[in-house]
Design a protein around this ligand. Structure first.
Ligand code: NAD
Length: 351
């Protein structure tokens, strides 16, 4: 396979992970990197040795050798850069969330032509346990799917010396807070495990800012939610119940579950501890029987390497990346509906 000639725009925390993953892959040639901040450019040049380093995204996009770009910078600048990259005939990998809203994503869809566009919300799909779980669900052993459930509350540690970056909890820079930072992974994971068959239709949600006691744990300009909950009814009668929170006045709690009428799965999407997956099967005589089907420690490496390596392979193989634009639009429309419901206090229908 001829290596894909890649440029990475944004050499911050996640841009460096992409460059590391690109540098370690035979099917990717890291041609260029760009960042507005000199220190980040210097570090990227020293560590990952792209052939050229630019001080702006525009300069990198003008590099004719670059055929595909990763947009590893905050959400509010990505759509503009994605459209500029597509207009120059370059494939695009979007960091997550895919866009500020569905309208922006539709603009990217309209401009993509035959180019490949993917989104990094796919990250958890590259975990080692995922193919095993997908196969079990595809085999029909859970029966009719009833509910997909997520409840992840981060609790809160001691006040940090310095809060995280401002964009993380800013609606104008990030499109939202914990829902787009982590909820997008939960939704991509559960939708992916069930084969992207669910069609979200009606959403009722609520969202909250950080509790007053933790106001100094976050950037003072933050205006996005740090905690939300949503109930989503899908076309086939399935329900998605999702709650995510950070800076919560709670202990830590992490759980993912898929419940069918013939069985269910207790899952772990990510963890530093071993990932344990339990399958419960409905048995007419014995009741709901329990069996651990997976118990192994998984690193974070495959999550970081997966999106850019899959994106490059998808370009050469002429296929969609694991989370392509149609799937991203499903997630983005659901995201928009959750925010709209939380804002209005009413149920929102996705048309
Ligand atoms: N930090 C993580 O662990 C992580 C993980 C997965 C996804 N992401 C997503 O990736 C995106 C970036 O996150 P990050 O943590 O890498 O942020 P970051 O602040 O560490 O890095 C962003 C980089 O982009 C550069 N930049 C900003 N605007 C630019 C522009 N117009 N042209 C060129 N460079 C520009 C900044 O100088 C900075 O170096 C976010 O949307 C985030 O949700 C982050």
């Amino acid at each position: 396979m001829e290596p894909v000639r890649l440029g990475v725009i944004g050499c911050g925390v996640i841009g460096k992970k992409h460059m590391d993953s690109a540098a370690g892959a035979d099917h990717i040639d890291l041609v260029a990197a760009a960042d507005l901040v000199e220190a980040n450019r210097v570090e990227a040049a020293e560590k990952f040795r792209p052939r050229r380093v630019y001080a702006s995204a525009e300069e990198l996009l003008a590099d004719g050798e670059v055929e595909a770009v990763v947009l590893a910078l905050p959400t509010m600048v990505r759509t503009k850069l994605a459209l500029a990259a597509l207009s120059k005939g370059k494939h695009v990998l979007l960091e997550k969330p895919a866009a500020m809203n569905a309208a922006d994503l539709r603009r990217i869809m309209a401009a993509r032509g035959k180019l490949t566009v993917g989104c990094c919300s796919s990250r958890p799909q590259f975990k080692a346990h995922v193919p095993i779980v997908k196969e079990l669900i595809a085999s029909g052993r859970l029966g009719q799917i009833r509910e997909l459930h997520v409840r992840c509350l981060g609790g809160c540690g001691a006040k940090p010396a310095k809060p995280g970056p401002a964009w993380r909890l800013r609606r104008d820079l990030n499109g939202g807070g914990i829902l787009v930072n982590w909820g997008c992974y939960d939704l991509d994971y559960l939708m992916g495990l069930t084969g992207w068959t669910l069609r979200p239709r009606v959403v009722l949600a609520q969202a909250w800012a950080a509790p007053p006691a933790f106001a100094r744990h976050i950037d003072p300009t933050s205006d996005a939610e740090t905690h939300f909950t949503a109930l989503v009814r899908c076309e086939g009668g399935e329900a998605i119940s999702i709650e995510r929170g950070e800076f919560t006045a709670t202990g830590k709690q992490n759980g993912w579950q898929i419940v069918g009428d013939a069985g269910s799965l207790d899952l772990t999407m990510v963890s530093d501890d071993p990932i344990r997956i339990t399958h419960y099967a409905a048995d007419a005589e014995k009741g709901a029987t329990e069996r651990v089907i997976y118990d192994a420690t998984e690193g974070w490496g495959e999550m970081h390497a997966g999106p850019v390596r899959d994106f490059a392979a998808a370009i050469r193989q002429g296929r969609e990346p694991l989370t392509g634009l149609e799937r991203s639009l499903t997630l983005q429309r659901l995201t928009d509906a959750i925010y709209e419901s939380a804002r209005s206090g009413s149920a929102v229908t996705i048309g």
